[in-house]
Design a protein around this ligand. Structure first.
Ligand SMILES: Nc1nc2c(ncn2[C@@H]2O[C@H](COP(=O)(O)OP(=O)(O)OP(=O)(O)O)[C@@H](O)[C@H]2O)c(=O)[nH]1
Ligand SMILES: [Mg+2]
Length: 460
């Protein structure tokens, strides 16, 4: 049957991955979602039509198109506003076969639905006031989370941790502003002359909050994206053995011959709460060998760009000239690893301690010292200071709004300290409030919203 086109067709998409699986879910959302889904769904019990079902109830039946039944199906009905998008929603769970799901989706499109754009379900949730932009942006982090803390902090943001702390700040700023302007406009009335003081305190606590949000940004980024890490050191100190220990497999060749690793060997590993994008490199030394020299240059180049450097020394022998020059050149973000502690340690500890970098004693061959290494990596990357409920900024967009807000707060504070007019303070406080409104999406341009949802996947 040909259906009449709808003026506001519901959107539909396969919300589960494009791979064979036990179950696959197609989601339909919009004011006409239930009648459109009804066109392709036949309940086993003819009385349990989708339109007769209250929200949060399911019906069992078959999904079909013009050619006949496609698959068994459980249809779950959500009624507006109690759904993810805030609209009527039907979720159709079928078997997770790609052919079945695509045919079922096509049946829905023929029945009047429209294919959803990337992130369109979440965009509707935002437009319908189910979540603000910080919560919407956290959805992708939650899906992409690779560890416990990353998932917990993404869940906190998705449940509104960032939104709540910024809304509270916005209300405090508006309160202080109202109080302050009443004090300036009606100096003779009964308004307590604490207004400037209250404004000063509000600005101070705003500065603290925003500075903390900004300092958590880098750690949050590391949680989401991992850390570019390089293992460097003189030949034969045990770099590749460490790489293999962290990777949990024989990723890099290990031999007693100095100069074994010639090129950069990469692997992504997890250490505690941090994902390390590891690069094992050639031992750094002066060499006449052309091939080895290329590897040494690559190792040095990696050391310059890496966010974290693991500098390995062989603790069972005295420091060589190459070790010393490496230690002198170490960037700030380095950890010195004294390896081979299963043997007698003869290395010059005082010299190493004078370098002023965290030092961890390990045996890469025996797997000793990993706990301490984990602690140091979490400390150096700022992860160890994070709590599970920490409001973490998720994107560069959020960070730049917070930076702008902080600048405005500092300007307002300066104006207040210098005893400038109410207007001067006010303009800056207004600027801070608009930065917050832009961040949460309460006042933001369509182009910004488009850019945010464009990075979502279809079906989310
Ligand atoms: N006793 C002991 N030997 C180790 C340890 N770690 C590595 N070795 C040995 O040290 C030698 C060199 O190890 P590699 O991991 O190949 O060293 P590398 O730093 O990658 O060496 P190049 O690739 O040549 O720069 C091998 O014989 C390892 O078995 C350790 O913790 N204890
Ligand atoms: Mg090696």
């Amino acid at each position: 049957m040909d259906w009449k086109p709808l003026t506001d067709p519901p959107i539909a998409a396969i919300s589960t991955p494009a791979a064979p699986a036990g179950l696959g879910v197609i989601r339909v959302s919009g004011p006409e979602a239930i009648p459109v889904a009804e066109r392709v769904f036949r309940p086993r019990n003819p009385h349990r039509t989708l339109q007769s079902l209250p929200g949060y109830t399911a019906a069992y039946g078959h999904i079909h198109d013009r050619e006949g039944d496609i698959d068994e199906c459980v249809a779950l009905v959500f009624r507006a506003p109690h759904s993810y998008t805030g609209e009527d929603v039907v979720e159709l769970s079928c078997h997770g076969g790609l052919y079945l799901l695509q045919r079922a989706l096509r049946a829905l499109l023929e029945a009047g639905a429209r294919a959803a754009a990337p992130g369109e379900f979440t965009r509707r949730a935002f437009v319908n006031g189910k979540m603000d932009l910080t919560q919407a942006e956290a959805v992708m982090d939650l899906i992409g989370a690779t560890g416990r803390l990353a998932a917990k902090t993404a869940l906190a943001a998705q449940e509104g941790a960032v939104f709540r702390c910024l809304s509270t700040l916005r209300d405090q700023l508006l309160d202080a502003q109202a109080n302050f302007s009443a004090f300036v406009d009606y100096p003779d009335d009964d308004i307590p002359d604490l207004a400037p003081e209250m404004m000063g305190q509000t600005l101070e606590s705003a500065e603290r909050l925003l500075t903390r949000l900004l300092s958590g940004f880098d750690a949050g980024k590391i949680l989401r994206e991992g850390v570019d890490t390089v293992i460097v050191g003189s030949p034969n100190v045990g770099k590749s053995t460490l790489m293999n220990l962290l990777a949990g497999c024989q990723r890099s060749s290990v031999t007693p011959i100095p100069g074994t690793t010639r090129d950069v060997v990469e692997e992504t590993v997890r250490l505690g709460e941090v994902v390390l994008r590891l690069a094992d490199t050639a031992g750094i030394r002066q060499t006449e060998d052309q091939v080895e020299a290329i590897g040494v240059d690559r190792a040095k180049a990696r050391m310059e760009t890496a966010a974290l450097v693991l500098a390995v020394l062989d603790g069972s022998r005295p420091l060589s000239k190459d070790d010393r020059s490496l230690l002198q050149d170490l960037p700030e973000c380095s950890i010195v690893l004294v390896n081979k502690v299963d043997q007698e340690i003869v290395v010059d500890k005082e010299y190493i301690e004078a370098i002023d970098r965290p030092i961890v004693y390990i045996s890469a061959a025996k797997g000793e010292g990993l706990e301490e290494l984990t602690c140091q990596v979490e400390r150096l990357t700022g992860i160890s200071g994070l709590s599970e409920s920490e409001p973490l900024l998720a994107t560069e967009r959020q960070r730049s709004c917070v930076c702008r807000c902080l600048e405005c707060i500092q300007e307002a504070h300066e104006a207040l300290r210098l005893g400038m007019t109410m207007d001067a303070v006010s303009v800056s406080v207004d600027g801070a409030v608009s930065a917050i409104l832009e961040l949460t999406g309460e006042r933001t341009s369509e182009a910004v919203v488009d850019a945010i949802f464009a990075r979502f996947c279809v079906g989310k």
